[in-house]
Design a protein around this ligand. Sequence first.
Ligand SMILES: NC(=O)C1=CN([C@@H]2O[C@H](COP(=O)(O)OP(=O)(O)OC[C@H]3O[C@@H](n4cnc5c(N)ncnc54)[C@H](OP(=O)(O)O)[C@@H]3O)[C@@H](O)[C@H]2O)C=CC1
Ligand SMILES: Cc1cn([C@H]2C[C@H](O)[C@@H](COP(=O)(O)OP(=O)(O)O[C@H]3O[C@@H](C)C(=O)[C@@H](O)[C@H]3O)O2)c(=O)[nH]c1=O
Length: 285
Amino acid sequence: MKKILVTGANGQLGKCIKDAAAEFSDFEFVFVSREELDIENADFLRKYFIKNNFTHCINTAAYTNVEQAESEEEKAFAINAEAVKNLASACKANDVVLLHVSTDYVFDGKRKSPYSETDLTNPINVYGASKLKGENYIQEICEKFFILRTSWLYSQYGHNFLKTILKFAEAGKPLTITTEQTGAPTNANDLAEALLQIIAQDSTKYGVYHYSNSGQTTWFGFAQAILQHTGKLKDTNLAKTNQYRTFAARPEYSVLDNAKAQNKLKLKHIDWQESLQSVLKKDSH
Ligand SMILES: NC(=O)C1=CN([C@@H]2O[C@H](COP(=O)(O)OP(=O)(O)OC[C@H]3O[C@@H](n4cnc5c(N)ncnc54)[C@H](OP(=O)(O)O)[C@@H]3O)[C@@H](O)[C@H]2O)C=CC1
Ligand SMILES: Cc1cn([C@H]2C[C@H](O)[C@@H](COP(=O)(O)OP(=O)(O)O[C@H]3O[C@@H](C)C(=O)[C@@H](O)[C@H]3O)O2)c(=O)[nH]c1=O
């Protein structure tokens, strides 16, 4: 029997995994929020792993505020790097397969075609640097790991770009959205399903993988599609900008090449526009 620990369970991806878990009735799941299992607490974590006989751990716990990370570098690294090191050590010591989620922001965005797993990383903001350090710890410590780098996650849960746009539109506020970055919006429900599929396959093709929805757009294009598909475009004042001011730099281009995940893990990559429509049909926006 597979016994799967899911950390950060109250976050966006954690909640999507909880929904997807219903289809995997052969698995035993243990979902833990930050309050129940703080991954920064190395001692507690070590004992927790010894007490429970997990076969897999999906780590969705992370510091994800890209803007705030610029002024909270220590906190971002404590969660995204040092705590991930704790988790990697606990997994290694107890022969647990670690499935970890990372980001397109490990790249500098200077490429003009999709990034593959072998492309050079070079983060340009604190969040990206902290996530890369977490990846590196896992690769140093564990043998049995899957690191899935994804991009522009959104869903019916948590804080994300989809929800920000809908909130603005519902309040009748005008929107000015950047055309300066190109990426692939990814439905967190699809990523949740992919993570569980990897476990279901009993795959031992460990390593780093890229997993996003297919296609690409700018944040402006994403906002436009959200408004179009919800019928709010005609009533919303939506404008393009190429100088939206932010604290954190973001990669200009961070589309991920999904070929490795498709070929080795047989994962499916739904078109981002198609997947957006499926999220918009769900409740609890
Ligand atoms: N959101 C995105 O656009 C993208 C996310 N990713 C990655 O995907 C993963 C999931 O992201 P997402 O679900 O969107 O993020 P969320 O911010 O929605 O969820 C992260 C969760 O982790 C929890 N957490 C933070 N610190 C700790 C800790 N020390 N111990 C235990 N739990 C903790 C948070 O709790 P609390 O709220 O209390 O802090 C929160 O519930 C992350 O690894 C992220 O880096 C990758 C690409 C895009
Ligand atoms: C709210 C808003 C944002 N923007 C810009 C700012 C930024 O360049 C871009 C996206 O804004 P956000 O701050 O919502 O997104 P951001 O926090 O950069 O999203 C990232 O989160 C982390 C966790 C990841 O791992 C990445 O893959 C990515 O999803 O849109 C506008 O142009 N207009 C607006 O009104």
